[in-house]
Design a protein around this ligand. Structure first.
Ligand SMILES: Cc1cc2nc3c(=O)[nH]c(=O)nc-3n(C[C@H](O)[C@H](O)[C@H](O)COP(=O)(O)OP(=O)(O)OC[C@H]3O[C@@H](n4cnc5c(N)ncnc54)[C@H](O)[C@@H]3O)c2cc1C
Length: 342
């Protein structure tokens, strides 16, 4: 029998924007809340993939750096004092019936177990790994001029840089590094950009040199990267560029890893959910990038809405006397330990 003190009302797996906002919301609904993340810090993609990128499309913030948005989300998430366990990747889930109620037991790669009445999965694209390029010199200079993530813009200060890719990451980094790098060249293997149309418009009118139908052949240098050889994939003609950095944006492996084995119904977009953000397993909800439903948009703002739905239905599931719709935040002054309202 599990010690009741160890059982949480809800455990949120993944501390990206959806998970952090979900933790705040669960606290506001008086739920005993735990956040688990495989990474050593809170913030998900915001802090891992693009901390110094501007984000323009989150309500209430005309413009905010991803790392600052993460900082605000963490502050808000901590309002009701959730338990936070970092650097623990959830591997498996088992269920027990105790006193007639379903309890989930989550096991992590640290050998720990976590007990919870409901789960909100906000695991994003899983423990993300960038797709790597297998070309001469690329792995040799990884971290010494070849990058898959941009952690600090100052690494690229006054440098000639080559950006590879045609999606949001590549185009966003071109635009975000305009004020930092000396010169930026973008190569893309076709002439069709998959990035946000406004970003592509901005790219096309920027001073960035854009070479479509070009790919990276190799990288070379001494201690650090010094040159990149690119080629035109129609003519196979090569060109050598003097560059101090290459940023490869070839996408990510969206592998949910162990979560795939949990008996959750999946489709191409992630874990299938209904309008209540319920998965096919009662008590397990999903929200944010990991959740898939018709018309899904993988954006920070949609994740916020989805996680509110997930948490409210989780609350009602574990306590059927609680309404799904809690009213407005100003109506919630009586929440235990609540710090809302005055
Ligand atoms: C370069 C780039 C730019 C972007 N720009 C924008 C933008 O301007 N506006 C916008 O709205 N969106 C943007 N996005 C998309 C946005 O980042 C995502 O929609 C958002 O981060 C999804 O949030 P999330 O909370 O669902 O998941 P994530 O941010 O992916 O967080 C998921 C968390 O779950 C953890 N996790 C995964 N599996 C496990 C496990 N088994 N155990 C424990 N923890 C686990 C991960 O470690 C991670 O911390 C951008 C994305 C990229 C790549």
């Amino acid at each position: 029998m599990t010690n009741p003190a160890d059982i949480f009302d809800v455990t949120i797996i993944g501390s990206g924007p959806a998970g952090l906002y979900g933790a705040f919301y669960a606290g506001m609904r008086g739920m005993k809340t735990k956040i688990l993340d495989a990474l050593p810090e809170l913030g998900g993609q915001l802090v891992t993939l693009y901390p110094e990128k501007w984000v323009f499309d989150v309500g209430g913030f005309p413009k905010i750096l991803a790392k600052d948005l993460a900082k605000n989300l963490v502050e808000q998430a901590m309002t009701f004092g959730p338990t936070v366990c970092l650097d623990e990747k959830v591997i498996s889930v088992k269920t027990h019936i105790e006193n007639g109620a379903k309890i989930f037991e989550l096991a992590t790669d640290k050998g720990t177990s976590h007990f919870t009445k409901a789960i909100v999965l906000t695991a994003g694209i899983g423990a993300f790994k960038p797709k790597k390029l297998d070309a001469p010199g690329i792995s040799t200079f990884e971290g010494k001029g070849v990058y898959y993530f941009v952690q600090e813009k100052k690494v690229f200060e006054d440098k000639d840089i080559l950006i590879v890719g045609g999606g949001d990451s590549a185009v966003d980094w071109c635009l975000n590094l305009l004020d930092t790098a000396k010169r930026i060249t973008l190569i893309h293997r076709s002439d069709q950009f998959r990035a946000h149309e406004e970003s592509v418009k901005a790219l096309l009118t920027s001073p960035i040199e854009i070479l479509t139908f070009h790919e990276l052949r190799s990288a070379s240098g001494n201690e650090r990267l010094e040159q990149a050889v690119i080629y035109d994939n129609r003519t196979h003609q090569e060109k050598t560029l003097d560059v101090a950095a290459i940023i490869l944006n070839l996408g990510f492996h969206a592998d949910l890893g162990p979560i795939r084995g949990w008996g959750l119904e999946l489709d191409k977009g992630g874990i299938k959910v209904n309008y209540r953000m319920e998965t096919n397993v009662e008590g397990i909800f999903a929200a944010g990038d990991v959740a898939s439903h018709p018309g899904k948009l993988k954006l920070i703002s949609t994740g916020f809405g989805e996680v509110v739905t997930a948490v409210n239905f989780a609350k009602n599931l574990i306590d059927p006397s609680a309404k799904v719709y809690p009213g407005h935040s100003t109506d919630l002054k009586s929440i235990p330990n609540g710090k809302m309202g005055s």
